[in-house]
Design a binder for this molecule. Structure first.
Ligand code: BGC
Length: 764
């Protein structure tokens, strides 16, 4: 069946590909092209296609369009259909469903001169149909294996539906909770962010080896958004990122570089500018750093209309000029803006862009199509039966449920109100706008996840306690943004008949994500009003907070007895949260973004600089110190923080030697970790260091290692960390990365503000 529909032109190309291939036919040196896979045969195959192509066809490969949607699925917009029919499109995104994709692929392969297959992209961010917790939540699990697996599952589902390429992972460091896109990343830390970037790239691409892309279960991944998109001033989306090269290299770039090292096939240019240059036009970033320093050989796509936006940015006089700037900076593909296809041929004729540069971009793109096997069989991903079998399977559901439970952070648990076991005999009042909601649970960027299929918390708890001694009473109490005295009275009456209240409160799902910025990050007023009323009953209140960002929970911290930060948990929300509430899963998540005391503290992050006038945290005096008159400088809940139903102690921290050399040396750190409580649990043991003196100022703490371990009640284990001189290297005054001599400290800690185990050592 597949063979039958391969067109005559396509066969002609295929024969050519099979027969051409003497090393002399490779033109790679001229274009300074080094194959991504390093494979000579691929180089030759790419060159064999390239030499058949007209300039216009080449520019077509550098062009991506977005498919439109109708109620029944993707439709072709008139805007791009003519380009498709002429073989002038390299990639289409948002064309979902096997049937829709087949229709478009058939045109490209059977109706165009060369029959070059299309690359189909999609934002598969935290699941495709099975939706996992938002990436920020998943990162709180500190469970890299699990994050790799959820990316793998997302890839299996999407690739089975005909998708080849995901615009993920988003690896932007995020220090500003106002910015709605914090939900898409791994938080504020470059070390953890790099590990998560690596796990997600390997998950999506099906392995570290680029040949994994050939599996029918993998997607080409995208490291985005290069660079420092998360540093948008005042958290306002798309805003200028004003930061030094020092901060860029030491803080923001490491996760992108980790994605590159993990073999990511593509990068996406950010919308923002740095140093006066929008990323899409930034030759230094896209060519000097990405290609020449890091040796990246995949391809770079703009963000949505990123090229056209160079005009309002004020660096291009018109869209033609914008296209020239982008391509000359090192961009290979234009997402949706159509400025390449409209103007680049003319720019080449005028000598403003070289054909060599165009060839290079096209090589990068064609290589990915070869690695994905699209030239061998453009329909290989299109099989309805495979799509059915690989969607929302019981195994995917089980992984999703575990992902929810391991992403929920227990922030407060006065008098051990949680867990509420099935044997407890309690009556629980269940209230709040998100208690019986399924629409919001997937959060933003939820792929093709059916919002009606996500398990409400009410359903999860009802099933959990069915047939047990626990009784449940439900009263909504308020919607996300409004309440009435009658609704509040109904909820209060339910509470009076109960022993405990669980209130599921939080944000609407589209209050985070792209262009979703808030300057007031508290719970909406009506929800706080409801919580206040619940509190007056004197019954213990458990707040389950659902949000796409760290909220200002200062009032709740003072007034609620227990707080569970559940983020947006996805398809299995209700079940995973119920597992935690009933104690079938002992919370093990730890924050990856600091929670502020109020919005005025933002940006707030643990790895800040000391300043020349550091505030003394033990002394309330604020005179001429780097502090506030009206609040503490510390966060409400620090990075790395999270409680468990048990307690842990870390003791006997030792290092094998007191000094290490700046090159090729290492220290080994050991510590005893004990579960001092009555139930089994997991702890994330965190290793932080500080360099006290260097050629440039250094953060007061930096995460350099972590281990998530399980301990039975009463059990002790020794953990061991190796810290190399390379791990302690940074970009100093000369902007070269190396370790510098100086006094150092290290901590083996339960979170970033835990100073209990401090050790001095020396870098010589
Ligand atoms: C976002 C990207 C996304 C793209 C395609 C843009 O607006 O910034 O992250 O991949 O749209 O949907």
């Amino acid at each position: 069946m597949k063979k039958d529909i391969i067109s005559v032109t396509y066969i002609a190309v295929a024969i050519l590909l099979a027969s051409c291939g003497s090393p002399s036919s490779s033109n790679s040196k001229a274009g300074k092209w080094q194959s991504f896979s390093g494979e000579k045969r691929i180089e030759q195959r790419v060159d064999s296609v390239l030499k058949l192509m007209t300039l216009e066809e080449k520019i077509g490969q550098m062009t991506q369009f977005s498919a439109n949607w109708s109620i029944t699925g993707p439709v072709m917009s008139d805007d791009f259909q003519p380009y498709l029919e002429k073989g002038l499109i390299g990639s289409i995104f948002n064309a979902t469903s096997v049937e829709g994709i087949r229709r478009m692929q058939q045109i490209a392969v059977e109706k165009t001169r060369l029959g070059i297959p299309i690359l189909f992209g999609q934002d598969v961010i935290h699941g495709y149909k099975t939706i996992f917790p938002i990436p920020l939540a998943e990162a709180c699990s500190w469970d890299l294996e699990m994050m790799q697996r959820t990316a793998e599952i997302a890839a299996i589902e999407a690739a089975s539906d005909g998708i080849n390429w995901t615009f993920a992972p988003m690896v932007d460091i995020a220090r500003d909770a106002r910015w709605g896109r914090v939900m898409e990343g791994a938080g504020e830390d470059p070390y953890l962010g790099s590990k998560v970037a690596e796990a997600r790239v390997i998950g999506f691409q099906g392995g570290r080896d680029v040949n994994s892309l050939n599996k029918l279960t993998s997607l080409l991944a995208t490291g985005k958004h290069l660079a420092a998109y998360g540093a948008a001033e005042s958290g306002r989306d798309y805003n200028t990122a004003e930061l030094s090269e020092h901060t860029l290299r030491n803080v923001y770039l490491p996760p992108y570089q980790a994605a590159k090292e993990a073999g990511v096939g593509t990068f996406m240019a950010a919308f923002n500018e740095i140093n006066g240059v929008p990323a899409t036009a930034d030759r230094w970033l896209m060519t000097e750093v990405l290609r020449n320093e890091w040796g990246f050989n995949g391809f770079v796509v703009t963000d949505y209309t990123g090229t056209n936006e160079l005009v309002p940015h004020g660096v291009a006089k018109d869209e033609k000029h914008a296209a020239e700037l982008a391509v000359n900076a090192g961009i290979d593909m234009d997402m949706t803006g159509a400025s390449f296809i409209k103007y680049l041929a003319e720019s080449v004729e005028e000598g403003k862009v070289s054909e060599k540069r165009i060839d290079l971009a096209v090589r990068h793109i064609l290589e990915m199509k070869f690695l994905l096997g699209l030239f061998d069989d453009p329909y290989r991903y299109l099989d309805e039966e495979r799509a059915r079998q690989n969607t929302m399977t019981p195994e995917f559901m089980e992984t999703a449920r575990k992902a929810v439970a391991s992403s929920v952070v227990l922030l407060k648990n006065e008098n051990q109100i949680l867990p509420i076991t099935q044997e407890s005999g309690k009556t629980i009042a269940l209230v709040g706008p998100l208690m019986n909601d399924s629409i919001n649970l997937n959060g933003e960027w939820a792929g093709l996840g059916d919002r009606n299929k996500s398990v409400p918390i009410l359903k999860g708890l009802t099933e959990k306690y069915a047939g047990s001694t626990v009784k449940l009473i439900y009263a909504e109490g308020s919607s996300i943004t409004g309440t009435t005295p009658a609704k509040i009275a109904e909820a209060v009456a339910a509470v009076r008949r109960s022993d405990i209240v669980i209130a599921a409160m939080g944000e609407d799902f589209n209050w985070s994500g792209e262009a979703a910025v808030r300057t007031d990050i508290r719970l909406p007023e009506p929800q706080r009003e409801l919580l206040n009323a619940l509190k007056t009953t004197g019954k213990p209140v458990v707040l389950v907070s659902l949000s796409g960002r760290p909220l200002d929970l200062s009032w709740e911290d003072k007034n609620m007895n227990t707080i569970l930060q559940a983020w947006f948990p996805g398809t299995q929300a209700g079940h995973g949260i119920a597992d935690v509430i009933a104690g079938d899963y002992n919370p093990s998540a730890r924050l990856v973004m600091s929670f502020p005391r109020n919005v005025g503290q933002i940006p707030i992050y643990y790895n800040q600089k000391n300043t020349g006038r550091p505030a003394d945290l033990n002394n309330e005096s604020v005179d001429y110190k780097s502090s506030y008159l009206d609040t503490s400088i510390t966060p409400l809940y620090p990075f790395g923080y999270g409680l468990s139903y048990t307690t842990f102690e870390i003791n006997h921290v030792n290092i094998d030697k007191k000094a290490l050399k700046t090159k090729n040396d290492k220290i080994t750190v050991t510590a005893d970790v004990c579960n001092t409580g009555a139930v089994d649990g997991e702890i994330v043991v965190q290793l932080y260091t500080r360099q006290l003196v260097a050629s440039v100022t250094r953060p007061v703490k930096e995460l350099k290692g972590f281990q998530k371990i399980s301990l039975k009640a009463g059990e002790s284990k020794q953990v061991e960390f190796e810290v190399t001189s390379d791990d302690l290297a940074f970009y100093g005054i000369d902007m070269h990365k190396k370790a510098e001599p100086g006094n150092m400290k290290l901590w083996v800690a339960q979170h970033a503000a835990d100073n209990s185990n401090e050790i001095d050592f020396l870098m010589e």
